[in-house]
Design a protein around this ligand. Sequence first.
Ligand SMILES: [Zn+2]
Length: 65
Amino acid sequence: MTSIDSRCTAASAEAPPPTTGRRKSLLFCPTCEFESSADGNWIVRATADERELVCPDCRSTVATR
Ligand SMILES: [Zn+2]
């Protein structure tokens, strides 16, 4: 008997302090022009062997990595 206890640790209120001088690459949604940094407000959807960044506005896949 195997019990897989996979807990999704969703950090809901994680606000990093504003650091000036370190620029993160911005990603743009081609559909609705939503923009955010690569680790910003995107919905991260894990697939078999990679992660997809999904636009929180229109739910289109913006990037895979
Ligand atoms: Zn969008």
